[in-house]
Ligand binder design. Sequence first.
Ligand code: HEC
Length: 198
Amino acid sequence: MKKSLVLFSMIAIGALMASEAQSASPTGRQMPAEVKEGVGYIKMLGKELKGNLKKYLKKDPSGLQAAYFCAKSAERLTKEVNAKYPENVRVYRTALKLRNPKNAPDATDRKVMEEMEKQMKEGTFKKKPVVVEVNGAKRIYVPLMVEKACLKCHGPVEKIDPKVRETIAKHYPEDKAVGFKEGDLRGVIVAEITEKKK
Ligand code: HEC
């Protein structure tokens, strides 16, 4: 009980900081430095994954090659990009409805995403980073929304190409990440910044 209260107050702080991040205007008001830092790391991974995804979707609009790419290379690419960050930084993706069990959320990840879902239902959701403090580390959460291109592999099952479906089922027999529609929250991409040891 107490723990969840602490967490929620942290989410509130996070929302505050994030709203400041949002209000960063072209006239030069800055995002809090760590949000900016985290978002920068998140963009590095996002660009790498999405760039490849787009490339393969363009080559093969059925989504089959892209599905192979995600299944075979998303983990490796995530590791490679993480190796480029400073030692106290890690970036990962997670979701409530999972495809890859290795991307499972921890209790904090879950709370943050549940809070986002709740805000979406209430109509108060804003697509902006949320900052949460966890055991002295800061986590910057960026929500990942479902876009049209995502539906080829995360949309309603009956609309997914049978070959793509087969590929996904082969790699992820426990897949829960289908049935989404455009604008849903698919998951989050998270930068965790641990305090540097002095
Ligand atoms: C071509 C098929 C394909 C498309 C298109 C696709 N994904 Fe995925 N997605 C996958 C596969 C396969 C995985 C599991 C491998 C991995 O990334 O770890 C996955 C995993 C994820 C994960 C990690 C959490 C989990 O469930 O394992 C997120 C978040 C995600 N996708 C979001 C998106 C978003 C947002 C889009 C659209 C911009 C998208 N995906 C488009 C196939 C796809």
